[in-house]
Design a protein around this ligand. Sequence first.
Ligand SMILES: [Zn+2]
Length: 76
Amino acid sequence: MRTVFVAEYPVIQHRHDDGEIVSVRLRRRAGGHRAVCDGCQTEFVYRKPTASRTAHYKSPLLPPVKGNWDSSDTDD
Ligand SMILES: [Zn+2]
């Protein structure tokens, strides 16, 4: 089974290969909050987000916009 660490709580939304958006609810277990999705055999483990060690600044120009850019950062 795959294990995915998530920073959302208590409901994890994820996408299956068929395009369906599935929600699973984290449950308290020994060692933390977990949820298992039978549909994709994935275990979601909650990890409390930690503060970034890098300083972040708002863009002085525009808010972040998603789109098809010519640059190569097309991870999603
Ligand atoms: Zn799933």
